[in-house]
Write a protein that binds this ligand. Sequence first.
Ligand code: FES
Ligand SMILES: [Fe+2]
Length: 409
Amino acid sequence: MARPKALCLADLEPVGPGTPAGRYLRLFWQPVMRAKDLAPGRAKPLEMLGEKFTIYRGQDGAPHVVAHRCPHRGTPLSLGWVEGDAIRCRYHGWKFDGTGQCIAQPNEDRPFSQKITLASYPVREYAGLIFAYLGDGAPPTFRQYPDLDRPGVLIADPVEVLPCTFWNRFDNDHGHRHWVHRATAQRLGREDILILHHETAEETAYGWKGTRSVKGRGGDAETSYGEVLSGAKAEAERAMGLARVTHWFMPNARLLFQRSRAKGFEHREVWDSKVVWTVPVNDAAHATFDVTLTPLEGADARAYAEARAQQEQEAETRWDLAEAILAGEMTLEDLPGDISGYTSFTIEDYVTQVGQGSLAERGPEHLAMGDEGPIFHRRLWLREVNAMMASQPLADWRLPAEPLLPNGK
Ligand code: FES
Ligand SMILES: [Fe+2]
């Protein structure tokens, strides 16, 4: 049999059922919603991987992901009522239990509910998120992330949905921080964010690891900007090593360590261990789920959780600001001075990534030495998806059993 033609990056942009990237992502559990965004007894529409679903939480608290539409005549089940652990369609009252089995057809003289089932998907709740397995057959073992399972303050940030391909988020390598987040760094007086790094990549049992070193003292204008602002900070960070690694858990999660930007903590040596999942909503939008674990206890932990809560209110209007910046009505330097550093980071990332559009809209790229992370990530993805399309064995990615936090912090 002829071997399928090798895919290129643009072939990995569509994510619907049957597409190469869609098939690959459906081999793994994916986060689909933040747990606190789904109250008991509530149903909502859900779009993930180019498919629509209904998600609901039973009155006993168990989440469920089922088909979007009622199998009777196609009304979205998200419009219906949650009754116990079941969902009832708003159109003619058909009712489905937590496994998707139809259990009531109240308008029928001769009900045939035992013959009607609704697609339903395995669901797990973990680290403040709801995960679902949207692929075929039995799900793989559920992955836990030891860096999030430590004692401390666990925060699932408001979910970010950006109207652009998930590749724009994948490609958001470390080299952007100095430039994209310059306005926040200057506003918070955080020179460490302005340090220029060079990143190298190596494959691991779980995907790949990016390691950074402070960029050499080359003396060109861009480098000296970072040097002038960083100075001794760069040395301190070099010695500490915390911000120097990113671990990519194939296919679409990564772990990084960042010094907190929360109000009142922005000048303390408080570090978040952060896991970020990037999940396509459809071909032209993606969701980012950020969960941080900050190893604080007692009064410090309470104060930290309170400071981070500022993001919740700001999430309502942050994309209005981002769109105004993209439209040229204001600049990133014009953002309100008291906005949370976490929120201004999301706005800064929004404008650069949404502004990139689709892969095709970027036009021909000119990749350089500084793009090692994205190049490595793309290569791993292409290797795995091409292997899947040719029915060849795939890498059996294994998450570490212990936290990856360096320096024993
Ligand atoms: S469409 Fe759902 S019960 Fe008729
Ligand atoms: Fe960023």
